[in-house]
Write a protein that binds this ligand. Structure first.
Ligand code: AMP
Ligand code: MG
Length: 335
């Protein structure tokens, strides 16, 4: 994955390192979304992250490290984790493995496992090299709200409470990492992300499970991965999710003062008579769509209209699976 060119100032880097050393929090860019980081070895620091995000203590955090060797200090690695990390790290693959005792209870929300990943963003890696300890870093947004993928949105998410932050540009991938549970005999995907089930199966030469779909609010996935709640990633404006682009443009329910988010520019929108349009991409491709998803939803949300309309992507194209997953969780209503 190509890293974003860092454009941070040295003083921002110093401020963030100082915050981390003082068991405080800071915001760092990753290649997926901006992260609210703190020492993963300190219960005190971790509690500050939960408090600032308003995150329920039942939702465990992902710990960020430089390499598989540094992951070994916090969890029990195995052959599969070695094969996968040789291939996908640094990058957007989070592995759930049995945790070691140096990881405080709060990080893993009382589970016996810990989620670990190695970000590729040069700014985050630079901070890990300087600080030399693993960093817990959930997405830098208020709990259950839209993730942030630009410096401005991350600052905006916390307002006057915003901790020190480093500008790492716009996050290249724009969608949270794939989460893969390696604590069971057959690995299972707990959260869809930029690395697909097929890519993982090809590397392991093994069929794996996809447990990322919720059937209702209290099912198996929530016990395995408590952060995967049905309602998530939500704008404040009710998001109306149409089953396809075609059904959205022929829908009779869109009013003139409501917002429509189109998959790409130059879509045929002649049947919709609304005034507030946003576009997720120029060409409808996955990469650009994912990169623009959260910032477009945030920009639309800022207009404070009654409704935002958006449509799901065809499941024919598997790469759009994580985008559909986020839209399903973010939506107020399926239409
Ligand atoms: P976020 O921090 O917002 O990127 O969300 C972290 C995701 O990782 C949530 O879906 C958590 O449920 C999941 N996660 C973190 N730690 C674990 C763990 N030990 N076991 C299973 N899922 C985890
Ligand atoms: Mg999050």
């Amino acid at each position: 994955m190509s890293p974003t060119t860092p454009s941070f100032t040295l003083s921002a880097l110093d401020d963030c390192v100082e915050a981390l050393v003082n068991l405080d929090v800071c915001i760092l860019p990753t290649e997926t979304v901006y992260g609210l980081a703190c020492s993963a070895l300190s219960e005190v620091a971790v509690q500050k992250v939960f408090k600032l995000k308003g995150r329920p203590s039942t939702n465990p955090l992902i710990v960020h490290v430089l390499s598989h060797d540094s992951a070994e200090e916090i969890c029990q690695t195995n052959n599969m984790s070695k094969i996968l990390t040789d291939h996908f790290w640094p990058g957007p693959l989070t592995l759930v493995l049995p945790k070691k005792s140096c990881i405080p209870h709060a990080v893993s929300a009382g589970l016996s496992s810990v989620a670990v990943r190695s970000p590729s963003h040069p700014v985050f890696r630079r901070v890990l090299e300087i600080i030399k300890i693993p960093l817990a870093a959930p997405s830098a947004n208020l709990s259950n709200k839209l993730s942030t993928t630009t410096l401005k949105d991350a600052i905006d998410a916390f307002g006057s409470e915003c901790p020190p932050i480093i500008d790492g540009g716009n996050c290249e991938l724009g969608i949270e990492s794939t989460v893969l549970d390696l604590t069971t005999l057959t690995p299972s995907i707990l959260r869809n992300g930029p690395i697909s089930q097929k890519q993982i199966e090809n590397i392991l030469d093994l069929k794996i499970n996809d447990c990322s779909h919720l059937s209702n609010g209290s099912d198996k996935l929530l016990r395995k991965s408590p952060g995967q709640g049905l309602k998530h990633y939500s704008p404040n404006t009710p998001l109306f999710l149409h089953s396809s682009f075609q059904s959205m443009i022929t829908s009779q329910i869109i009013q003139e003062d409501e917002i429509v988010i189109f998959p790409k520019v130059n879509c045929d929108s002649s049947e919709i008579k609304n005034s507030f349009n946003f576009f997720l991409s120029t060409d409808g491709g996955y990469k650009e769509t994912a990169k623009n998803l959260y910032r477009t939803l945030r920009a639309a949300d800022k207009l404070n209209k009654n409704k935002i309309h958006i449509s799901l992507y065809s499941i024919q194209n598997e790469s759009f699976l994580p985008i559909n997953d986020r839209l399903n969780r973010a939506s107020y209503k399926r239409v």
